[in-house]
Design a protein around this ligand. Structure first.
Ligand code: SF4
Length: 368
């Protein structure tokens, strides 16, 4: 097998940026290739973040584009190919053409470990690629391994071999309990997640060591590595940690997160954008469209230009309707109402966290 490559994709969002910083600070010996898949339609603030990161990392962040030899920006190249058909959550040709395919071409058939910035307080898998030569690792989570690895490791059919691996470690007083859990089959009364949590609770390092040993008999990229530094990783990083990493490193929080004040019918509030990605991304919330209209009118006008032949970014609401004064007022009022009911529940210095619900939606390659 050829040498394992270690790669980390920078989406322009806070979590992947923080992960790049974290990896440099904690695993300086890993030779990580950084890349970003550029749609050509990101906000300037995102490009600025990438520039700042390059300075911090002291390394180039490779720009991948889906349309290498096209005179047009990548998104424009493909929208022409799709006859003006705008992408949507049900027809996400944009992530396929502008994110996944360029990434898969970049790694080719090499064995690759891809580091993904899903946080310890998130409940999502972050699908990146199904190619078997790409193995995802999640350093911010308690469980750093991808779902497919866990499925194999905890499969009832592998109980004996996993017990053998664990038994070769010196587990001291925990041994009995660990073996008991390992021996318990996954069933309707004891699901895989419960088994995983219980094993992690009894020792993250032991769990990691066991998996690393287990995958030696598989084709995963890490099977050919003698050592893997992240086996020792016990960190669990949540939202506040991400902001703190960005601020302390000097790279800074992406500027689109900055709260901007607005007033509607005598009520004051703030808005911002909750994530990276194309300025016209169909995943953004209505209040974010209003933010774009008021804070980046030139970009909003460009987003409007794509709405032709009946195609709209938001289902059943063309942007020409959304910017009617009474509609903007309604969106802001609704947003304030929603924010107030949630604010009491969230103990974060970032008011923007009230937008966080929607953050979970979307694709890993664009927003992490
Ligand atoms: S940010 Fe949104 S529009 Fe841009 S590629 Fe990703 S999903 Fe598509």
């Amino acid at each position: 097998m050829s040498k394992v490559r270690h790669v980390l994709g920078i989406s322009g969002g806070k979590d992947s940026a923080a992960l790049a910083i974290y990896m440099k600070q904690n695993y300086p010996d890993l030779d990580i290739e950084y890349y970003t898949s550029d749609t050509g339609k990101e906000l300037d603030e995102t490009y600025q973040l990438i520039d700042n990161l390059e300075i911090f990392l002291g390394k180039k962040i490779l720009r991948l584009t889906g349309a290498n030899n096209s005179p047009e920006l990548p998104f424009d190249h493909f929208i022409k190919m799709y006859g003006g058909y705008l992408p949507s959550s049900n027809a996400r040709w944009c992530t396929k053409k502008l994110k996944l395919e360029p990434f898969e071409n970049f790694v080719g058939n090499d064995p690759v470990v891809s580091y993904v910035g899903i946080r310890g307080d998130e409940d999502r898998e972050g699908y990146i690629s199904k190619k078997s030569n790409i193995q995802s690792i999640f350093p911010f989570r308690k469980n750093i391994w991808s779902e497919d690895v866990i499925n194999k490791f905890l499969a009832n059919s592998n109980i004996t071999s996993v017990i053998e691996i664990y038994s070769s470690f010196s587990l001291t007083e925990k041994a009995e309990r660990i073996i008991e859990i390992l021996n318990t089959k996954i069933s309707t009364s004891f699901n895989q997640q419960q088994k995983l949590n219980q094993l992690l609770d009894l020792g993250i390092k032991e769990f990691n060591k066991a998996i690393f040993q287990f995958i030696k008999n598989t084709n995963y990229p890490l099977s050919s590595e003698q050592t893997f530094a992240l086996v020792e990783n016990e960190d669990v990083l949540v939202r506040e940690d991400i902001f703190s990493i960005l601020e302390k490193s000097g790279v800074g929080v992406p500027a689109y997160y900055k709260e901007v004040e607005f007033e509607v019918n005598g009520k004051k509030s703030t808005y911002a954008r909750s994530r990276s990605g194309c300025f016209f991304c169909f995943y953004q919330q209505k209040i974010e469209w209003v933010w774009l209209y008021e804070q980046h009118p030139e970009l909003f006008a460009k987003a409007m230009e794509y709405e032709k032949d009946g195609y709209t970014w938001i289902q059943d609401e063309p942007l020409t309707e959304l910017i009617k004064p009474e509609r903007i007022e309604g969106i802001k009022e609704e947003y304030i109402k929603r924010s107030e009911s949630k604010k009491s529940k969230i103990q974060s210095p970032y008011l923007l966290d009230i937008l966080a619900d929607a953050e979970e939606e979307g694709c890993a390659s664009c927003f992490i």
